[in-house]
Ligand binder design. Structure first.
Ligand SMILES: C[S@@+](CC[C@H](N)C(=O)[O-])C[C@H]1O[C@@H](n2cnc3c(N)ncnc32)[C@H](O)[C@@H]1O
Length: 391
């Protein structure tokens, strides 16, 4: 494999939302790399496999906001036992990827004779150490290693399906939803990349023209911030790939990535939250002039007039830490239907996106039509993101 000209990446997304990730990838790839292209090898539950040039792929960590992480495919081979794995690893050309560390290993195996995660980890780590014995790491990389936290180093991902092993390097490090900014957490915040993905779905239902994005239960303000920041690059954090020889030796690391403008259907951002302390946190998180957060109870206060409101809402799913059952009442289908009615009465939007646990199936009725329904997991709970149109 020619690593520079043609690398294969697996971009990890929450299962069920991969096609939304592809919309962002297409949108931003053509903006940042108009003279290059990527090849979509396959779209499978949990991610997209693409081919593109190495440094472009690595930089997608800064450019994209929807993925969970980006894995660089290193190789594929048949392997049924630990000694063979050790042998394969000890002969792999690690000089481009490792700087003298004993790498951490993430493993998964399906229908494979080699499935014990401890044995897999030991064979890989011993194989890497054996490689270093024959090809000692250069001093400049060992110096970099001494200055780097071991948790920031790239992990090796081992996956075996029916004895076919795929070996990958994690280029990301801490998951991509961590944007490198300090965020104060409200009650049950949604992960930033999930919010970015659901906003892609919501945006696909909008007619051209400017809209006001409204989150009536905004918690820490994740949806509003992600919608506002759609074009922002993630530049305030390090990625695991920055600790690889190939990157340390490249001129790319001295070439800053410059943010380019992308059109945004949302031009105003309004958040409301019932809890006073959470409202204050959201105001601190959303310090942009464009995002306004106010304390308000969706079900109690009078109508609010906004220009072309589009609502996105993540109501509570159950009694969670910090929420008292007497505050949220019984959470059942009626609770969610009541929220939809309250949104309609308060904001009169044409479109609304709402997350509802899968157990509570909603159907189109005299008030609204279901435009789309997407099943995914949020915090381990099966939920559906509905996009509703009001009549
Ligand atoms: C699941 S959390 C939303 C999390 C948010 N999407 C985030 O990422 O931080 C639900 C929020 O709704 C707020 N809430 C509950 N009932 C409300 C009501 N009637 N009006 C306004 N906010 C309400 C809760 O205080 C909580 O912050």
């Amino acid at each position: 494999m020619n690593q520079i000209a043609h690398s294969t990446f697996f971009i990890v997304y929450p299962v069920g939302l991969e096609d939304l990730g592809l919309i962002e990838l297409r949108d931003k790839f053509s903006l940042y790399y108009p003279n290059e292209s990527f090849h979509l090898v396959k779209q499978i539950p949990g991610g997209l496999e693409i081919e593109c040039s190495l440094f472009v792929g690595l930089r997608l960590n800064s450019i994209l906001r929807c993925p969970t992480r980006l894995l660089l495919r290193l190789g594929e081979f048949k392997c049924r036992d630990a000694p063979k794995l050790f042998q394969k690893i000890s002969k792999f050309p690690w000089a481009s990827w490792l700087i003298g560390q004993t790498p951490e290993v993430e493993s998964s195996a399906t229908n494979s004779r080699l499935f014990d995660s401890r044995k897999i980890e030991k064979a890989i780590q011993d194989g890497v150490l054996q490689y270093y014995r024959h090809k000692p790491t250069k001093k400049k990389y060992l110096e970099h290693l001494a200055l780097t936290e071991s948790s920031d180093m790239p992990k090796i991902y081992f996956r075996s399906v029916e004895d076919l092993v795929t070996l990958s390097l994690d280029t990301t490090g801490e998951r991509l939803h961590l944007r490198g900014e300090k965020t104060l957490m409200g009650l049950a915040p949604i992960r930033e990349n999930l919010a970015a993905l659901l906003l892609m779905e919501l945006k696909s239902h909008l007619a051209p023209g400017p809209n006001t994005l409204v989150d009536p239960m905004c918690g820490s303000g994740t949806f509003l911030k992600e919608a506002y920041d759609y074009q922002s690059l993630t530049l305030n954090r390090k990625f695991a790939f920055s600790h690889t020889p190939i990157y340390l030796d490249s001129i790319v690391q001295h070439t800053p990535l410059i943010q380019l403008p992308l059109s945004n259907p949302f031009t105003a951002f309004m958040g409301y939250e019932k809890d006073a302390a959470v409202t204050l946190q959201a105001q601190k998180n959303c310090d942009s002039q464009k995002i306004k957060i106010q304390q308000a109870d969706l079900c109690a206060d009078s109508p609010i007039q906004l220009s072309n409101p589009v609502v996105v809402i993540n109501p509570p799913y159950g009694v969670r830490i910090g929420e008292r059952s007497d505050e949220v009442g019984d959470i059942n289908l009626g609770y969610y239907l009541n929220i939809i009615k309250s949104v309609k009465n308060k904001f009169s939007p044409k479109i609304m996106g709402i997350i509802i646990p899968k157990d509570f199936l909603i159907k189109s009725n005299g008030d609204f039509n279901i435009h789309s329904a997407r099943l995914f997991k949020n915090g381990g709970i099966d939920v559906v993101f509905y996009v509703l149109g009001f009549k």
